[in-house]
Design a protein around this ligand. Structure first.
Ligand code: C2E
Ligand code: CA
Ligand code: CA
Length: 566
């Protein structure tokens, strides 16, 4: 209303003025002059009201309106100057001259204030666009701007760029949620900052990637800092409701050896970082051979993604034989990659990459689906085999797993006992409470839990007391030497005793010879798995093997001979 009436009064006064001038009847100093003043006053009141009711809108004015605001004092200044100039030729009233002078002074003061405001706003805007919202660290853009300046400075001849990437961060995000992921990133940022010198430039590039431009640092210094930072991040992080261990892979590029500008240093550090990840060493200084490695790796990750969605992953099954009856009630599902050009690949060739590229969750789901589909077929055929699926250590934090597993069993109409999960001791390492939670939920739904590669882990045995378990699988490194080495045999015997005293089943893996098989039967081991009985084979082949075995079994029962395997 104020704006509208103000403009109306102003326009009306102008129209009257124009008519009077035209009719030559205009006289100065009539109430008409007051109409302009009243119009202006109404406009001023409108602006004032705006500022009170919408302070945010006014303070968030864009640079364009900020500059437009400057027009008012500028025009006032010009008008004041004009009056003063005119007064030097035409005699004007002292009051007009004094007012014009005062306008000039006030406008100058106001202009200065306005300029300062505009400059401050621009500064804030620059700051905001250079800072990462989550961690408050400089962002990629700031790294580029500041990095450019530093690299161009002839005084600073030795600099190093570190590229840091958290290991398995995607799993944290997927399993614990983005909130936990964010908390972790904030703490990682703070911890990195703590261990750097004030002159080092730390930036968050996005996601779980950080970069550090080290001042005055060559090869040796860069490695020293890297070792220090990796040690700092190896300490546990306390998030709201969980303690988390993380690790970081670091790629190092040196200036000027590996690049003359920030973009090429970032690229080379990135390649070195991937090398650090895949080699499992955690840190790596760039060298030219990395270029080809990086290309191959990227290609393989892409192929893996395709493989996971296009049935290229196949599952082979290896039987676990009950040693007392010779029956087969359990099989282990082992994944293979039927690669379009490289042939059948074994887990050794691709599992590490699956883990690194954050695809383990997907792989576990695919294997579970395939294995349970197969179990459903066997059940329908009257062969109620239990399939054992391997879970990687990183699955430990996957709290949605028990529900998903239950749903997978239900849709296939399978009893929970049709599934067994094999986990390694590593699975229990990172967060015991969470592991216990997941395992308890799985087991109370009826799924069996087995500790794989038993004896190779370095965690304490105390988990045997407080975790819900069904089976221990003694690692093959204990089974191989059993026949020739009395101490190894004693270890196997006592592990069987240990398992039994805890009410657990003991399975021996890597049974390659008849001698080992016979010895395990003698020692009272529950089940055996190994090449001696069968290699892991496709389901159809296992069916043939099982049928042949059934026939052999019936024959031996008929002839009263003991079952033999040769
Ligand atoms: P694992 O769980 O210890 O599986 C047993 C491995 O021992 C299999 O290797 C199997 O082929 C091999 N093996 C069986 N009998 C014998 C024997 O008599 N002698 C010897 N020397 N080896 C024998 P494979 O299939 O290459 O799998 C290697 C590892 O990859 C597995 O070790 C497991 O840790 C992992 N893995 C396999 N499938 C999956 C999967 O679906 N998910 C996950 N997360 N890991 C998997
Ligand atoms: Ca296994
Ligand atoms: Ca094993």
């Amino acid at each position: 209303m104020l704006l509208f009436v103000g403009l109306l009064v102003f326009a009306a006064a102008d129209v009257v003025y124009a008519l009077q001038v035209n009719a030559n009847t205009y006289v100065r100093g009539t109430p008409l002059a007051a109409a302009w003043a009243i119009g202006l006053a109404l406009l001023a009141l409108w602006v004032d009201g705006m500022e009170r009711t919408h302070p945010a809108a006014v303070s968030e004015t864009s640079p364009a309106t900020g500059r437009a605001a400057l027009m008012v004092p500028v025009v006032a200044t010009a008008a004041g100057l004009g009056v003063l100039l005119v007064s030097s030729r035409v005699p004007l009233s002292t009051l007009s001259v004094a007012l014009a002078g005062a306008t000039l002074v006030a406008a100058t003061a106001r202009t200065q204030v306005a300029f300062r405001q505009v400059a401050w706003m621009a500064h804030l805007r620059r700051m905001a666009s250079a800072t990462d919202d989550l961690t408050g660290l400089p962002n990629r853009r700031a790294l580029h701007v500041e990095g450019h300046t530093r690299l161009a400075d002839p005084e600073r001849c030795r600099q190093s760029l570190l590229m840091l990437d958290l290991d398995k961060f995607k799993e944290v995000n997927d399993s614990l949620g983005h909130h936990a992921g964010d908390q972790l990133l904030v703490q990682v940022g703070a911890r990195l900052r703590e261990h750097l010198r004030p002159g080092d430039l730390l930036a968050r590039l996005g996601g779980d990637e950080f970069a550090v431009l080290l001042e005055d640092a060559g090869h040796t210094e860069a490695i020293d800092v890297t070792v220090k930072l990796r040690a700092a991040l190896a300490e546990p992080f306390a998030l709201e409701d969980i303690t988390l261990h993380t690790s970081v892979s670091v790629g190092i590029a040196l200036f000027p050896d590996h690049g003359l500008d920030l973009s090429s240093l970032l690229r080379t550090a990135d390649i070195a970082m991937y090398k650090a990840k895949t080699s499992g060493r955690g840190q790596h200084v760039y060298n030219t051979a990395d270029d080809t490695d990086a290309t191959t790796r990227l290609k393989t990750v892409e192929e893996l993604r395709t493989a996971l969605t296009t049935d290229q992953l196949v599952v082979h099954y290896q039987p676990k034989i009950d040693l007392d009856s010779g029956e087969v009630r359990n099989v282990e599902a082992l994944v293979r990659w039927d690669h379009p050009t490289r042939g059948l690949l074994y887990p050794d060739a691709f599992l590490a990459l699956v883990e690194e590229s954050g695809l383990m969750r997907t792989l576990t789901r695919v294997v579970l689906q395939v294995a349970l589909d197969q179990a459903a077929v066997w059940h329908a055929e009257g062969r109620p085999l239990t399939v054992a699926v391997n879970l990687s250590g990183s699955t430990m934090i996957d709290i949605s797993l028990p529900d998903e597993v239950a749903a997978m069993l239900t849709v296939r109409n399978l009893p929970p006992g049709a599934l067994q999960l094999e986990i390694t001791e590593e699975f229990l390492m990172a967060d015991r409470d969470r592991a216990r939670n997941i395992l308890t939920r799985l087991r109370s739904s009826g799924v069996q839990i087995s500790i794989d590669d038993f004896g190779t882990g370095y965690s304490s045995l105390s988990y045997l007391r407080d975790l819900p378990l069904d089976e221990l699988k003694l690692d093959r490194s204990f089974v191989f030497p059993m026949v020739d080495d009395a101490r190894a045999a004693a270890l196997v015997a006592s592990t069987i005793g240990l398992a039994h005293s805890l009410g657990l089943r003991l399975v021996a893996e890597g049974v390659e010879t008849k001698a080992a098989y016979t010895e395990l039967v003698r020692l009272g081991c529950d089940q055996a798995q190994g090449y001696y009985m069968s290699r892991p084979v496709p389901a159809a082949e296992l069916d043939l093997w099982l049928s042949a075995r059934d026939v052999a079994h019936e024959l031996t029962e008929m002839t009263g001979l003991l079952p033999t395997l040769d």
